[in-house]
Ligand binder design. Structure first.
Ligand code: RFL
Length: 385
């Protein structure tokens, strides 16, 4: 059972890769551990940058996004000293985000991949990959099996198995911050993405769809999501968002609450033998700057180009440069994401440098308020890859 490209994982990375390869007539097989229903309902990202929109458009994958996505170019930092509004769509390179829920994108990508004649098997858990031979071993409801690919794409996310087949230790960081990620069945409360900086911790607000809004609350690392009742969530959000000084939140049933630990991990190399890592498998990034899905799409496009060049023209240059092309972009995103983490989070109560760090944070916001150059830096990095 030999396939040209075996893709492990049907998230944004694997599906964008599979779609581009299918459009160029390459044989592909996607193996996904979960069910179709599960992956099409998994709500995660929502903010797509210009590069992602361009890749999806160029490859005929942006139908839903162009129909239902909403352009977004403003963000607000709310503190005890008032609001700082950045019209980032008019700063830097003048680029905005498109807000389109990740599960809708995944739904579109699965449909177009199948339309393009791609093979996709749900309920298949890959157990290991041999990078030298391209052999992929898996388990499904029939038992154990294996397939061999001339190329194997490890697109199985931040906790997958393929990254373990690439030698070298990833560079990791635990940012020491945890968020309660909440989805509410309610319209957005504010016109823009809002980052509330508060001594009790960060709170965030971002639109997802007309009747769905994402909120984040900085919480203790060992908090259980169930300890956060709806009432407690809305009270904490209201306090940190300082609704008394602005306007009330538009509440609604909480449909999802989960703890996200802000962690990063970047593989030291993205290729070993026939195996190539893309997306969260290559680099896990904290959601603080909304980069993960965008990096996944970026890498998938580079990898698709590299593989097609080899298969159609025997040209190995793009594929040979895969790590070298992607890693600097991944690190730029990590650097900006880290910058955002420092800006958004109050140090914990008994932190000895609490006063120093809070003052630094205020100085950074002052600079963002006063300096056009700093605003341009923010805008470029916020939307760009
Ligand atoms: P995914 O989406 O995790 O997909 C990997 C797939 O691989 C499958 N899998 C396996 N299949 C077979 N065998 C195995 N052994 C397997 N192990 C795993 C999984 O079932 C899954 O279907 O990875 P991919 O494709 O690399 O895409 C990455 C993005 O999903 C991720 O970076 C973003 O969601 C991150 N992220 C955000 N990114 C943005 O660009 N903008 C955002 O606004 C944004 N918001 C977020 C986010 C992530 C969040 N969470 C939950 C961490 C908000 C949140 C709350």
């Amino acid at each position: 059972d030999q396939v040209r490209v075996v893709i492990v994982g049907a998230g944004p990375a694997g599906l964008v890769l599979g779609n581009i390869l299918r459009a160029r007539g390459v044989d592909t097989l996607v193996l996904e551990r979960n069910s179709r229903e599960y992956v099409q309902n998994r709500a995660r990202a929502g903010f797509l940058g210009v590069h992602s929109v361009r890749v999806l458009t160029e490859h005929g994958l942006a139908g839903g996004l162009l129909r239902a996505g909403r352009s977004h170019g403003t963000c607000v930092f709310r503190t005890g000293e008032g609001e700082l509004t950045l019209y980032y769509g008019q700063l830097g390179r003048g680029e905005s985000h498109v807000v389109y829920p990740q599960q809708d994108l995944v739904t579109d990508l699965v449909a177009s991949y199948l339309d393009r004649g791609g093979e996709l098997r749900f309920g298949v858990a890959v157990t290991d990959v041999d990078p030298a031979t391209g052999t992929v071993r898996y388990r499904d409801s029939f038992g154990a099996g294996e397939v061999t690919g001339r190329f194997v794409a490890g697109c199985d996310g931040g906790h997958g198995v393929t990254r373990q087949a690439v030698p070298g230790r990833p560079a990791t960081r635990d940012h020491g911050v945890s968020w309660l990620a909440v989805l509410a069945a309610a319209p957005q409360s504010m016109a823009a993405v809002t980052y509330a900086l508060h001594d009790r911790g960060f709170a965030g607000h971002m639109a997802r769809g007309p009747q769905v809004t994402r909120y984040y609350l900085q919480v203790q690392a060992d908090d259980e999501p169930s300890a956060w009742t709806e009432e407690r969530i809305w009270t904490a959000l209201g306090e940190r968002m300082r609704v008394g000084e602005y306007w009330p939140l538009r509440t609604g049933p909480v449909t999802e609450r989960r703890i996200v630990h802000l962690r990063s991990a970047v593989a030291s190399r993205l290729q070993h033998g026939r195996l190539f890592l893309a997306g969260d498998a290559a680099s896990l990034i904290s959601p603080s700057a909304a980069k993960g899905a965008n990096l996944a799409i970026m890498a998938a496009e580079v990898l698709a180009r590299g593989i097609t060049d080899v298969l159609t023209r025997d040209d190995e240059r793009v594929l040979a440069a895969y790590s070298r092309t992607c890693l600097p972009r991944i690190w730029r995103a990590q650097e900006f994401s880290h910058w955002m983490i420092e800006l958004l989070h109050a140090p914990a109560g008994d932190d000895p440098d609490i006063g120093f760090r809070r003052s630094l944070r205020r100085a950074r916001l002052d600079s963002l308020r006063d300096s056009r150059a700093h605003q341009d830096f923010f805008a470029e990095n916020y939307v760009g890859i």
